[in-house]
Structures are given as structure tokens and as C-alpha cells.
Write a protein that binds this ligand. Structure first.
Ligand code: SME
Length: 146
């Protein structure tokens, strides 16, 4: 985890363009962690979530209302939402039938929620406390620049 975090810090130190920084973080996470099959950012814009940089299959869910799907529930509760098996969620927006589990981690700037990191996996129960911790730290590091 430390190795990934130090790579993320390098990206943050080197970059000034936030779109590019987010894209590089997606690429890094997608490449470094086997069970991260789709990695993306959603940003809060005008009271909804708007898809930002991502790596993985294109998704039709480019704009998500607060409360809608896993992403919309996470932004509303301002808490990490970890789903072991997406087929058991009623309030879920499917991107691909291959996706089996998902984690969404909120990003704050000065205590205000500004976005989230969303990761899908093709394995059930792919995410645990370690992912939550890693992504929580990345979200803390990137929050001030968003
Ligand atoms: N599954 C998400 C939608 C976004 S995709 O995973 C890229 C949700 O239920 O909010």
C-alpha cells in the first residue's frame, strides 16, 4: 500500500492539471491492483455527480443524482459505501454485467464533499478494509486540489 501511495504522491507533486492528475491516478490504480477493473472519479457539479476521468469500459452513467445508485447514496451520506455483491442492491446503477462488487469513497475539500472515487471489480467481495484505507488516504491527498 505504501508503494502505491508514494506513487500517488509523485503524481500529485508533479501535476498541476487536475484532470490529468485524476487520470494518472486512475491508470496507476487500475494497473497496480488486480481486482480494480474500473476506476473513476465522479465530481459534484451543480448538485449532481458528473463523471470525471476514468479507466475501464465506457459507462452510460455520466450524470448521477444524489441518492441514486451506490455513487449517489455515498455522496448523500458522505461515507464510504462498500458493496460485496451488487446483485443484492436494489438501488444500484449497472454499468456492466461483469461487475460484481463496488467501493465508493467520498472526497472532501475543506469539509465539503467535492467528489468520489468509484471502483468496480469483476470479483464478488473484492474490497476490504485495506482498500478502504488506501482509497481514503488517496482521497485525502487529492481533495485539496479538486
Ligand atoms: N454502479 C454505480 C454507477 C457508476 S458505475 O459503477 C461506473 C452506482 O450504482 O452508482
Amino acid at each position: 500500500m505504501e508503494r502505491i501511495l508514494s506513487q500517488v504522491r509523485e503524481v500529485l507533486d508533479d501535476g498541476t492539471d487536475k484532470e490529468q492528475v485524476m487520470k494518472k491516478i486512475c491508470e496507476l490504480l487500475h494497473e497496480e491492483v488486480d481486482h480494480y477493473d474500473w476506476v473513476g472519479f465522479y465530481l459534484v457539479e451543480d448538485g449532481e455527480l458528473v463523471l470525471g476521468p476514468y479507466v475501464g469500459e465506457p459507462t452510460e452513467h455520466t450524470n448521477i443524482d444524489f441518492g441514486e445508485g451506490i455513487c449517489g447514496q455515498a455522496v448523500e451520506s458522505e461515507e464510504t459505501f462498500l458493496v460485496d455483491d451488487v446483485s443484492e442492491e436494489d438501488n444500484y446503477l449497472a454499468c456492466s454485467l461483469k461487475v460484481k462488487s463496488e467501493i465508493v469513497v467520498p472526497i472532501f475539500r475543506d469539509d465539503e464533499i467535492v467528489g468520489e472515487i468509484d471502483i468496480d471489480s469483476h470479483e464478488k467481495e473484492a474490497f476490504d478494509k485495506e482498500d478502504e484505507e488506501l482509497l481514503g488516504k488517496i482521497s485525502e491527498e487529492i481533495g485539496p486540489m479538486l
